[in-house]
Write a protein that binds this ligand. Sequence first.
Ligand code: NDP
Length: 387
Amino acid sequence: MAKVLCVLYDDPVDGPPSGYARDGLPHLERYPGGQTLPTPGGIDFTPGELLGSVSGELGLRRFLEGQGHTLVVTSDKDGADSEFDRELADADVVISQPFWPAYLTAERFAKARNLKLAVTAGIGSDHVDLDAAIAHGVTVAEVTYCNSISVAEHVVMMILGLVRNYLPSYHWILDGGWNIADCVARSYDVEGMHVGTVAAGRIGLAVLRRLAPFDTHLHYTDRHRLPAEVERELNLTFHPSAQDMVPHCDVVTINAPLHPETENLFDEALIGSMKRGAYLINTARARICDRDAVVRALESGQLAGYAGDVWYPQPAPADHPWRSMPHHGMTPHISGSTLSAQARYAAGTREILESWLSGAPIRDEYLIVDGGKLAGTGAHSYSVTAR
Ligand code: NDP
């Protein structure tokens, strides 16, 4: 019997919701591009309910305990005396979400002698030391596509929010004011702007598709080029590198995984090569940007705005400089954890567990590391330091 250790974010401050703003969720047939939504044998939750916090348990308890397995759920994840650290010693499976990541470091892998499977209930397994997972023969899987469109929508919202100066204008209303000049002195139209994405995978391409109707000029860079018909359809300009692309852009959105090639990519030099007054949106991973270079660029006016939902570490400490820098539109890490996305990644996590517990193969598109090497989606999108 397996011990499953699940790390989830805390419940709302007033406790689990007693009701919801809407009844149910829209029905989706499949993801763009044709991949099917998660296909577990069954689910024990109501889609549209809060599943990603401790009381929601990703809807897994009845399923796991019904088969005789043990489920431990905690939000206490950091430090050597955390519940996560204590329970890890004999856990077979760890589940965690990027929004509230249980950092699986090389030291933790060394302690977790039973660990065989690390599941990311979401997308982005950079909180797992993939070199260590490979060395210890641990399978790493994530629920590919579960929240890609959720994030793309958040990116579009943040681009519009920054360019049109939405949040400061909203604050004038909260403060009882009507200061139109203060609101519009930093407000522009997106129409006609050059918008570029670093990476045009599921999220990056979805952002491009959603921005095309705004009559923007669209740019991208990626390790692999998109099909020619997609480039034509969206009138895309391809650039061989971020260095080549960003000087042309008024808005840059980062949609690449964090791995050794992308870590610290947006440093002082790259940000300095952007147009003065460009906007930078990063919903990918915080460490793709140099934290202090972002702050300096906002203070100097090199960047007109920065927004995103990814921080390092997570949760961000109260004195993290991105909380107080000028002209930012940061949120906590929420873009991929809408109630809509939670239903998909809870079902996907259940599908992965059902496969693994029954000895059936995990869907290739969910795999990041398997059999001691990068596999599936991981082999395509990630790199490790050892390679
Ligand atoms: P995909 O795997 O579909 O796309 C990632 C793309 O990044 C691929 O096209 C890949 O290229 C490309 N890429 C990898 N390395 C580089 C590089 N060095 N330069 C340029 N392009 C590169 O992933 P998603 O679009 O679904 O997600 C992207 C990232 O967004 C995730 O890894 C995660 O970090 C983040 N994310 C954030 C969420 C949030 O809640 N804020 C939720 C979900 C994801 P190729 O495949 O061509 O090699």
